[in-house]
Design a protein around this ligand. Sequence first.
Ligand SMILES: [Mg+2]
Length: 314
Amino acid sequence: MQTIGLTASTLLAVIPNNTEFSGTASILSCSWIKLSIKQKYVVNRQKGIELIVPLYTVLKLLRRGRMAVATGKIDVPGIQGVILDIEGTICPISFVKDVLFPYALESLPGVLETSWDSPSLAPFRDAFPAEHRGSPSALLSHVQDLMAKDVKIAYLKSLQGHLWLTGYQSGALRCPLFPDVAPAIRQWHAQGKKILIYSSGSVAAQKLLLQYTTETENGGDLREFIEGWYDTVNAGMKNEESSYQKILEEERKKGVEINADAWVFFSDNFKEVEAADKAGMKTVLTVRPGNAEVPGDELEKYRVAERFDNVNFV
Ligand SMILES: [Mg+2]
C-alpha cells in the first residue's frame, strides 16, 4: 500500500506507464463535492491516473475532479510549428482581469490631469463621442461607466492600449509568464519550430505582453522567437475551424509549408482546441492555476498538459 503524497503529475513522471498502485486520491477541484477515494489506480501517460474500480458512478466523480486533470509527460509526434494562446496558457487569466484592466482605470485620472492637452493623448481622447470629452472629469466618468459595464468598443480599447503601453514602458506592468513558458519557447525555437501567437487580444496588445515579461533574460523580451501574430481581426474567432485554416493559409503565403497536422495548438479553452482539431491540427489542452474548470468529458478527448515541459515533440 502506498499513499499519494505527491501530485498526480509528479507520480506520472516517476512511475512507469501501466503501473498499478494503491492510494488515496483527493478530488480537489470538484466544485460541488470534496472527498477522498482509497482505491487502486493505474498510470496512463495519455489520460493521467485512472481509478481501477468497476463502479461507474465513482468513476464519473473522479472524472470531474482533480485526478482526471492531472497528466504527466505527453508525446506529440511530427511537430514543426507551435501556435500559442495567451491568457490561461502562457500567463494567468488574472493578469488581464486583475492587473491590466484595473491598471487602466487607476492610471487614467493622472494621465488625464497631466496630459489632457498633449499630442500623445489627443488621438485617443478625440476618438470618444464629443459629449463625453468636454472635460477630463467627463471623460473619466464615461470610461469608468463603459468599463463597469464591460463594453467592448474600439475607442475604449485604443485608450486602454495607450494606458497599458505607458505602464509597460514605465515598468509598472510586466506580463507574469508561467515559469516553464520562456524556456520552452527558447527550446522549440532552437529546434527549428515555427512559433505563432493566436489570441483574442489585439496583435498590438500581444506584442506588448511578449515584449514586457517577468523573464530576466534579454529584458524579458520574447518577440524575436515569435514568427506570426494572429488575433480575431486577421484570423477570425477562436472557436471557429475556419480561423485555424486562415492561419495556415497566411503562413503558406509567407512561404511556410507546414501541413495542418504538423502544427500543435495550445489553449486552455476546449472550444478553441476543438476548432483547431477540426482544422486538422494537433492540440494540447493546457490546464493552469486559476483557469476555469474543464468538464471531465472534454479532458478525456484531448492531450492535456499542466506545463509545457511535460510535452515532448517526438
Ligand atoms: Mg486562453
